[in-house]
Design a protein around this ligand. Structure first.
Ligand SMILES: Cc1ncc(C[n+]2csc(CCOP(=O)(O)OP(=O)(O)O)c2C)c(N)n1
Length: 364
């Protein structure tokens, strides 16, 4: 009757590109120059889009917006490892993954201006819409992965969640069933240290979020989430394993939300300037720029060209989206119930009647 340590897998930490732009060449993935350039362009596009959307919100032209500044390396490094036939299940900050997968920017502007049509998934894209209820996307992700395997698609599913989401029941249920059924699914946690004003230390007493995978019987790894290369390598390994029937993986990306949680939040109320400064020094875009410059993929001139290109793309998207914004009051009754309850139907009819009385016809 011994008392002994159990043989449990150790948790690895992976980092390849440090904040100064130094690369561990033994671990460096072979990303073709064209892909590096496209990744850098998407990085720049999402950063500039983020800045522009904050300004649009302040001008009252869109509603609440959740910035992604600081998360881009974790999102783009991971989505890069997928094929277009794989599935993406985001929460609400991973729209850089949509950009990578070819969504029109107009959709995103429309969505944040309150038009549900903005979340209409482009035909042929295997992405789920953004999901606001925390962790509720995860049981769906398990279902998607299970169904894809059942149909023999050979695809994998990449699901995103925040550190805050890990303390929700939906997350535990999803991870448990993903492990039990060995579905081809990757849980990618964006551990940005905060869930609005609640710090990571109040979500779990566990040393890492990656180790939670051990409890569900699949591999977990912690990676530097501001390092595109490390996230890419960890995801490529997980994708490969999932495709070969090896089941799920949990990847914890350690990163930081450099901006506010959403435009309805004031982070100066709960976090220190020193903390933000420490993370600014590990900023992922600057780090990636150093890398692509050292590789000779981007220089001053191409950088300026890319800046001009993404600026024009964003301007065009906003113009097109604003031209499509035709408010329809009756829409508040849509997309909630499959069959509208009688009291809501009565309210809708009253509104139709009222609009007719004041001579307003809602756009069809
Ligand atoms: C079920 C549910 N409960 C509460 C909320 C309110 N809420 C919105 S964001 C958020 C914090 C989420 O933090 P995290 O999962 O770490 O993601 P992050 O926003 O930091 O990327 C909460 C509690 C919600 N959207 N859904």
């Amino acid at each position: 009757m011994p008392r002994k340590s159990l043989d449990l897998p150790p948790i690895e930490y992976l980092s390849i590109l440090d904040p100064e732009g130094n690369v561990d060449t033994k671990l460096e993935p072979k990303i073709p120059p064209d892909d590096l350039k496209r990744l850098y362009r998407t990085f720049l596009l999402s950063r500039r889009f983020d800045e522009r959307m904050l300004r649009l919100q302040r001008q009252g032209r869109i509603g609440t917006f959740g910035p992604t500044r600081g998360h881009e390396a974790a999102v783009l490094g991971s989505v890069y490892a997928l094929r277009p036939t794989d599935w993406v299940v985001p929460y609400y900050r991973e729209w850089p993954a949509y950009m990578w997968r070819g969504w029109p920017l107009d959709n995103l502007v429309l969505y944040y201006a309150g038009f549900a049509e903005g979340m209409r998934v482009p035909d042929g894209n295997r992405d789920l819409p953004l999901c606001i209820p925390i962790a509720s996307q995860l049981p769906h992700a398990v279902g998607v992965a299970y169904a894809a395997r059942y149909k023999g698609e050979g695809s994998v599913t990449l699901a995103y969640l925040g550190d805050g989401a890990t303390s929700h029941g939906d997350c535990q249920e999803a991870m448990n069933f993903a492990g039990v059924f060995q579905v081809p699914l990757i849980f990618l946690i964006l551990n940005n240290q905060w869930a609005i004003s609640v710090p990571r230390s109040r979500q779990t007493r566990a040393k890492t979020l990656a180790q939670k995978a051990t409890a569900y019987g699949f591999p977990g790894i912690q990676v530097d989430g501001n390092d595109v290369l490390a996230v890419c390598v960890a995801t490529q390994e997980a994708v490969e394993r999932a495709r070969q029937g090896g089941g799920p993986t949990l990847i914890e990306t350690v990163t930081y939300r450099l901006s506010m949680h959403t435009t309805a939040d004031d982070p100066t109320k709960y976090r220190s300037e020193e903390e933000v400064k420490t993370w600014e020094a590990k900023e992922p875009l600057i780090r990636f720029r150093r890398y692509v410059e050292a590789k000779g993929v981007v220089d001053e001139r191409t950088h300026a060209e890319l800046e001009a290109e993404v600026d024009a793309e964003i301007r065009g998207a906003i113009e097109r989206a604003e031209a499509r914004m035709k408010p329809n009051l009756l829409e508040v009754f849509e997309h909630v119930y499959a069959e509208r309850p009688p009291e809501l139907e009565a309210q809708r009819e009253a509104l139709v009647h009222h609009l007719a009385e004041i001579g307003e016809t809602p756009p069809s």
